[in-house]
Design a binder for this molecule. Structure first.
Ligand SMILES: Cc1cc2nc3c(=O)[nH]c(=O)nc-3n(C[C@H](O)[C@H](O)[C@H](O)COP(=O)(O)O)c2cc1C
Length: 196
């Protein structure tokens, strides 16, 4: 699906289609992403808010075949089946401490940066697919990630390919999913109190 709207995703309230056009396809074209385009995604991530403006996020970018293949052994069989074609893999990590003290929002802040990244990708005609289906400790060793950083997710970035290019069990799943109703995620005033 490459159209500008996603008809299967109906929103309960009117929002910019940018939010529903971001989804996580698994079919990637074997096409290089120009660095200039890639840098725009990191630029968008850069402007995410963070506690004390500490910017705890870091991104380890794997663009060459050699770089990507180094981490293939730690990726689950299910994920490797589709992500091996992605031209860019990005390991997102977050710095756990700030000034020697635990930074309680490092994951929250890094999640915000990832969200900027993913939405910027949609704006550039790219797709992203985040994964946690890989061996974190093996990845830490391969990428030489210090223990002071937490591994958050591995993200495949590239151009969307045809669903037909996927092996069968994945082909049928290659479509945007939906969400529970918005009211089911929000409470009014205190936990558990229905918002209406
Ligand atoms: C932190 C995180 C980990 C994920 N891990 C995987 C994964 O290992 N394999 C996979 O195929 N999808 C993975 N996903 C994709 C989710 O299944 C997907 O984001 C979710 O179903 C919502 O669909 P959408 O992104 O297409 O809107 C992950 C997503 C997130 C945010």
């Amino acid at each position: 699906m490459t159209s500008n709207t996603i008809s299967s995703r109906k929103t309960d309230h009117p929002i910019d289609s940018l939010f529903t056009r971001r989804w996580s396809p698994r079919s990637f074209m074997e096409k290089t992403v120009p660095d200039e385009l890639l840098m725009r995604l990191f630029e968008a991530a850069r402007w995410a808010p963070s506690a004390y403006n500490h910017q705890p996020w870091r991104f380890i970018v794997m663009r060459t075949q050699e770089e990507r293949e180094r981490i293939f052994p730690c990726i689950s069989e299910f994920n490797l089946a589709w992500c091996k074609k992605a031209p860019v893999l990005v390991m997102i990590i977050s710095e756990k401490n700030r000034d020697g003290e635990p930074n309680h929002s490092h994951a929250f802040d890094t999640g915000a940066a990832w969200s900027h990244f993913a939405l910027a990708a949609v704006m550039e005609g790219l797709i992203t697919h985040p994964m946690t289906g890989f061996d974190f400790e093996q990845a830490r060793k391969i990428l030489q990630i210090p223990n002071s950083y937490e591994i958050q997710a591995l993200v495949a970035v590239g151009y969307q390919g045809s669903a037909d290019a996927l092996p069968e069990p994945l082909r049928a799943r290659e479509q945007p999913n939906s969400r529970r109703p918005v009211e089911d995620s929000i409470y009014s005033g205190s936990f558990g109190k229905k918002f209406s």
